[in-house]
Write a protein that binds this ligand. Structure first.
Ligand code: ATP
Ligand code: MG
Length: 678
């Protein structure tokens, strides 16, 4: 069996042998999942929370379609959003014994098609991809006489990206940016001018950026009948995982692939929308049934991934979000046996927090949990460094960023070249000793990772190749070095990296769709989660809350959330923990610092939840009126509302801090917020 992808070590290694019949495929599903999986033709939409088996259902649906002979594997295209998630899909499909299905990111699928059609639609070979976008943006900014620094360049690049993923031209940009309340680094007209020059620079160089890849592929299908015929003839069944994060550009490509057909299955969870600031739009998911009135719509509620303790915490976190109108409540019901309570840990500073996490990882590994079943998740990549050194100090192997670039690492390229040379030169003996020999010639030693980050990375990469050889030989005892080298080339092609045995260090964004037995969600301070840039926009803060929901729902059993009061040892312990923990985690010493947090912690669970909902509403109201929050209503008043839950304006008027003016301005809204909080 092929080893699983990162984060799916268990699915890849201990699951039963692939089902051998269509009935056996369906036997692995519950009744609702089965309804969706058995509907192999026509539009299907699964709208469900984290861990309810959406990805499992689509992989089983594909396997069922193949087993019943309705699908030819090569005619199925499954798309998702990250290379890791695509790897997860491939790993699960191969565990189901299904080969030949294309499981790719939108970009990878578009790239493959465009490469093939480039001569026909672009009149030449595949154009170069823009490698350094910031440089092109910088050139465009200079031509428009803008003074920029690194941060404003990055913001300009994100605005251009947002415009392109939402299909806005430079002419459209100013109005669209205003309507979407984008925070622009320069006047919208200036951003539009930079966007226009950026596009000109690319057409002059004949290069494409990532968004162009999708756009040009869609265009090729829309405008070239022969291309459309060929691609649509090749791909007849489409599946999109994590559909809540589809953006208008990806949707356009998807529509071009479909060409009016309805052979589409989408699955997603609106509560896991974490890319709307780059243009993703969950309305595509929520509006699917309107778009396809004959769609089979399936809702799943049973959470098979996590213990009831983890599920309960996830429900509480997302339950504090102000409810979106028309959004179905997606409360999860934990199906697994009980496990440990999630832990909340406060530390004096970041290195102490990281050392504690590393020590806990060490203990888990010593207790027999494979390191690949553990993840440390953070909000921004810069947070990873302190965890890398702490894990190294504790002697715990780790992997950074994951497997998607594995075959591009220099040591892996070098090793593959050497192996290829060896395969050509010798008529060899057993595969595994041969691979060990060849890698020993570049300094690999068994059992003993060298000290130092880079050396350790290198050792881990080489060890992953040896492990892969061991796994493959277990499956195909006669495999020789030439066969192994061919296999590596195929994997590199499919970007299917072998599992590196190590604790995964990943951003919360990159963890989407994956799962681990033990998860540490770290660095939970206000200003990091929610991230500082989001703080003055309620909708951005909500996206950060969903990110925390995504992070905690990655845990199967053990979940630890932590934060530290200062960054450096000996620093001022002034950082408040994440606001999303208020009313959820026990009171912390830091929580006593702000009046709002103080009010929240004295409230019991239900009142605390309403208090949070009222605070979110107040932030929105204050932002809309451009006044400070306390001008809307004070904390003491919110606390009184949360405790008494008024149902009428008269009841509300009886509370302290509510005069006639406040009653007229906010009374209805407050009552609606109370009523929505159940
Ligand atoms: P996410 O929203 O996080 O992507 P998901 O809805 O895609 O989650 P899956 O990853 O498919 O959920 O499933 C979560 C876990 O529960 C997986 O380990 C999966 O194998 C398991 N699982 C799902 N459905 C069942 C089932 N019917 N029986 C046993 N295990 C199941
Ligand atoms: Mg999934």
């Amino acid at each position: 069996m092929v080893v699983g992808e990162l984060g799916s070590g268990r699915a890849g290694s201990t699951e039963s042998p692939p089902p051998d019949s269509a009935a056996a495929v369906l036997a692995g599903l519950d009744e609702q999942q089965r309804t969706a999986a058995a509907a192999v033709t026509g539009p299907v939409c699964i709208l469900a929370g984290a861990g309810t088996g959406k990805t499992r259902t689509i992989t089983h649906r594909i396997a069922y379609g193949v087993h019943t002979g309705v699908y030819t594997p090569e005619q199925v295209l499954a798309v998702t959003f990250t290379a890791r998630a695509a790897g997860e899909l491939r790993g699960r499909l191969s565990a189901l014994g299904v080969g030949g299905v294309q499981a790719r990111t939108f970009h990878a699928a578009a790239m493959r098609q465009l490469r093939y059609f480039a001569p026909r639609v672009l009149g030449g070979p595949m154009p170069e991809l823009v490698e350094n976008k910031l440089r092109v943006v910088a050139g465009a900014a200079t031509r428009n006489r803008l003074t920029t620094d690194r941060a404003s360049l990055r913001d300009l690049a994100s605005e251009i990206e947002w415009a392109k993923t939402t299909l806005a031209t430079p002419e459209d940009y100013p109005a669209r940016a205003k309507a979407a309340a984008r925070e622009t680094p320069f006047e919208p007209a200036a951003v539009a001018a930079v966007y226009a020059s950026y596009e000109q620079a690319k057409s002059r160089d004949g290069s494409l950026d990532f968004e162009d890849l999708l756009l040009v592929t869609a265009y090729a299908l829309e405008e070239h009948r022969d291309v459309a015929r060929e691609v649509r003839g090749q791909y007849r069944h489409f599946v999109v995982d994590e559909y809540q994060d589809v953006n208008p550009l990806q949707q356009r490509l998807l529509d071009a692939w479909l060409g009016g057909r309805a052979e589409l299955c989408v699955v997603g969870d609106p509560n896991q929308t974490i890319y709307s600031f780059t243009g993703a739009d969950p309305d595509h998911l929520l509006g699917f049934a309107d778009r396809y009135p004959d769609a089979e719509v399936v809702k799943l509620e049973r959470d098979y991934r996590s213990t009831p303790e983890v599920v309960g915490l996830a429900n509480r976190i997302i339950g504090m979000a102000p409810r979106r109108r028309g959004l179905p409540g997606l409360r999860l019901l934990g199906q697994r046996a009980g496990g440990p309570e999630p832990r909340f840990l406060e530390h004096p500073d970041e290195p102490t927090e990281a050392a504690a996490v590393a020590a806990a990882c060490r203990a888990l590994v010593d207790g027999g949990l494979p390191a690949a079943e553990i993840a440390v998740l953070f909000r921004i990549n810069a947070q990873s460094q302190v965890y890398e050194s702490a894990l190294a100090d504790a002697g715990v192997p780790y992997v950074l960023k994951g497997g998607e670039r594995f075959f591009e690492r220099p040591e892996v390229r070098e090793a593959v070249l050497l192996l290829r040379g060896a395969a050509a030169g010798r008529d060899d003996g057993a595969l595994v000793p041969t691979v060990r020999d060849v890698l020993a010639s570049v300094g690999w030693v068994e059992h003993r990772p060298p000290p130092g980050g880079a050396a350790r990375d290198r050792w881990q990469s080489l060890s992953a190749l040896v492990d892969l050889a061991v796994d493959l030989v277990a499956e195909q005892p006669t495999l020789d070095l030439a066969g192994f080298v061919t296999h590596l080339a195929e994997r590199a092609n499919a970007q299917h990296a072998p599992t590196v045995q190590g604790v995964t260090l990943a951003s919360m964004h990159a963890a989407k769709g994956l799962e681990w037995d033990a998860v540490f969600v770290v660095g939970l301070v206000d200003g990091v989660l929610p991230i500082a840039q989001s703080l003055n926009r309620p909708d951005a803060v909500e996206e950060e809350r969903r990110l925390l929901y995504v992070a905690v729902t990655r845990a199967r059993e053990q979940l630890t959330l932590s934060w530290s009061l200062s960054r450096q040892p000996g620093g001022r312990r002034s950082r408040p923990r994440s606001r999303f923990l208020t009313g959820i985690a026990p009171e912390s010493t830091a929580a006593r610092r702000t009046p709002a947090a103080r009010a929240a912690v004295v409230l019991d669970g239900a009142a605390g939840q309403l208090f949070e909902a009222l605070r979110s509403w107040r932030t929105e109201a204050a932002t809309a009126a451009s006044v400070p929050a306390y001008v809307v209503l004070g904390d003491a008043t919110l606390q009184a509302i949360a405790e008494t839950r008024p149902r009428t304006l008269t009841e509300l008027a009886a509370l302290p801090g509510i005069g006639a003016r406040k009653l007229a301005a906010y009374g209805e809204d407050v009552l609606a917020t109370v009523a929505a909080d159940t």
